[in-house]
Design a protein around this ligand. Structure first.
Ligand code: COA
Length: 145
């Protein structure tokens, strides 16, 4: 069951579903999948979602690393609910760990669907680790500030 958090801005509380978007993480990406991203059943390809999660997960680490980063690991990737064409996907990220050269983030993806009777559904989550790299592609220490 997805967790409950702060309500959607500008939403009419009368029409809020029990699940709302998180307020304790940063919104790093919003995108709406198109028909070209769907399979024959009309569901969105998992690989497309994984690519968006990788892009979204890189936003906070790139700021912290202040330079090039590479994805070194993707863990505990869970597709909780199918995604459909027309869902508005919101990607929320939270930094879980900052190491010497690496940063691990937790990314959660929420789908907003059926605007006339708004539903918010947590569809995907994953942990991703990014490494700061130098111009030779080797790990480099993260800047102090
Ligand atoms: C990223 C890369 C430069 C790291 O090089 P490496 O020699 O494996 O680096 P190290 O073993 O020194 O580890 C570097 C950091 O990554 C972390 N790390 C390495 N493997 C990891 C894994 N499987 N899971 C989580 N963290 C990992 C280490 O703990 C270390 O973190 P720390 O310095 O904060 O303690 C190298 O693995 C690489 O080029 N991989 C390909 C990246 C890529 O092409 N990604 C896809 C497209 S972006």
């Amino acid at each position: 069951m997805p967790e409950t958090s702060s309500p959607l801005p500008h939403a009419d509380p009368q029409h809020l579903s029990p699940v709302t978007l998180p307020g304790d993480r940063q919104l790093v990406l919003r995108v709406m999948p198109m028909p070209a991203d769907a399979n024959g059943n009309g569901d969105i390809f998992g690989g497309w979602i994984m690519a968006q999660v990788d892009l979204a997960g890189a936003v906070l680490p790139a700021r912290i690393a202040k330079g090039r980063i590479a994805t070194v690991a993707v863990n505990q990737f869970v597709f909780k609910q199918p995604v459909s064409v027309g869902d508005l996907l919101s990607f929320y990220a939270k930094v879980e760990r900052i190491g010497t050269t690496s940063i691990t983030v937790h990314v959660e993806v929420y789908a907003e669907r059926n605007p006339a009777n708004l539903q918010v559904v947590k569809v995907t989550e994953a942990n991703l680790t990014y490494v700061a790299i130098d111009m030779q592609g080797q790990p480099r220490k993260l800047p102090k500030d």
